[in-house]
Unconditional design. Structure first.
Length: 428
């Protein structure tokens, strides 16, 4: 089987898969490496089953795997023309042209079948001659001679009349006693009447049984408890500009919160699953604020046109009780979407000190330089205004926290913030 890239930098290129298959993911040790948003480190695997059929298996990825726009639950078969969706990458399955098709002319022809014998009926009925025996041979029946015309009777009135024959099962039996027909008819009528009475009794019982809940609708035993779905929140920010990819995801479900940051080019990766559940008071506050914005009645907006080298989007999904809304937008967003995003930032991210992690590199550096500038100005004026010393220490710490998110080598201002904080604390 071959795999063709339908988009991305390798559009149009194909890859021949070995019989062992191929792993797909963001890490460099995958056979098919996809360093882009929405792709897990080890996302999926293409392999063959015991019968030699190709299939794709999802390896527990965050965003899942699609085959012809159908989510893969465990594993899904692959055929020529199938389109695999992994994150933003589209891959098409193609047949390998290594083995030519077999020549139909050389295929073994089935042996001609023997001439079919005429089908024999299971039983033979002889209405005009009940004394003849039923043939048991499986071969064709011999041709029956035509009966000769009967000679006219001299006196039809004086001729003896044979008793009538009635069918019994598959054979005919001569009726010896004319009274037996009446007895059988009477017995059949009695059985039919009993069946009708039994059906009526069963129908009446079912009617009474089904009507019992209607007679006591207010009974506590039949009162159904209203089921409320738990609160679920999914918040995602993703931007792609050339090779630079930034993706931040926050998931809150069953009271547990999970945060993921992935920015490979700047070597920024962060993951945390909070052990302590989010307090119910905070979840109730989120519900109330989101309901007041009207977000739950918001319809999916049309995503603005983007290019492959420069695009960004945001997505918010909220569900609780019998309400659900899932909206994904680009830069052209509605005011309602912006209000819900602000609520998430102020209620959850600030509460758990995740505001810095949810920003991209440019925004973090901009904020860090601002905090460093304020800290330096406050420290220079402490001789005349000693009350500015706590302000300098606070801003040094805010700047240093942002610079520490970068791997070595760190930005040049990191040393300035570190030394400034040490001087300010010593001064204090």
């Amino acid at each position: 089987m071959k795999i063709m890239y339908l988009n991305g930098a390798l559009t149009g290129q194909t890859m021949e898969l070995s019989p062992a298959g191929a792993t797909i993911g963001r890490e460099s040790d995958n056979i098919i490496q996809l360093p882009m948003g929405g792709v897990s480190r080890y996302h999926a695997k293409i392999e063959r089953d015991a019968a030699g059929n190709w299939l794709i298996r999802d390896l527990g990825s965050t965003n899942g795997t699609l085959v012809d726009d159908v989510p893969v639950n465990g594993a899904a078969p692959l055929a020529a023309g199938s389109v695999i969706t992994i994150g933003d990458q589209l891959l098409r399955c193609m047949d390998s042209d290594a083995s030519p098709a077999a020549n139909p002319a050389s295929a073994p022809q089935p042996a001609p079948s023997a001439p079919s014998q005429p089908q024999q009926p299971a039983f033979f009925f002889r209405p005009q001659n009940t004394t003849s025996s039923v043939p048991t041979s499986t071969g064709p029946l011999p041709e029956q001679p035509k009966p000769a015309p009967a000679a006219p009777a001299a006196n039809p009135a004086s001729a003896p009349v044979p008793p009538p024959e009635v069918p019994h099962g598959l054979f005919k039996k001569k009726q010896d006693k004319p009274r037996s027909s009446g007895s059988k008819k009477f017995l059949s009528n009695v059985i039919f009447a009993l069946i009708i009475i039994l059906i009526a009794i069963v129908g009446l019982w079912l009617f009474l049984k089904l009507s019992e809940p209607q007679q006591a609708p207010s009974s506590p035993s039949v009162t159904k408890k209203k089921v409320e779905n738990p609160f679920i929140l999914y918040y995602e920010k993703e931007s792609v500009s050339g090779p630079a990819v930034f993706r931040f995801v926050l998931q809150l479900e069953n009271g547990l919160m999970e945060v993921t940051l992935d920015e490979p080019q700047n070597k920024r990766r962060y993951y945390e699953l909070f052990k302590d559940p989010v307090p119910d008071t905070l979840i109730d506050k989120l519900k109330q604020q989101i309901l007041e914005t009207g977000f739950m009645e918001l319809q999916q907006e049309k995503i603005a046109g983007t290019s492959q080298d420069n695009r960004q989007h945001r997505r918010i999904m909220v569900g609780f009780d019998n309400k659900f809304c899932d909206v994904k937008v680009t830069n052209d967003v509605s005011e309602t979407f912006n209000r819900v995003e602000t609520i998430i930032n102020e209620t959850l991210l600030d509460e758990y000190d995740l505001g810095v992690i949810s920003q991209n590199v440019d925004r973090i550096l901009e904020d860090a330089r601002t905090f460093l500038f304020v800290a330096e100005e406050a420290y220079r004026s402490i001789d005349t205004t000693p009350s500015n010393l706590p302000k300098a220490i606070t801003n040094y710490k805010l700047a240093l926290r942002r610079y520490q998110l970068f791997d070595d080598p760190k930005p040049a201002e990191w040393k300035t913030a570190r030394d400034g904080l040490a001087r300010a604390e010593a001064k204090l």
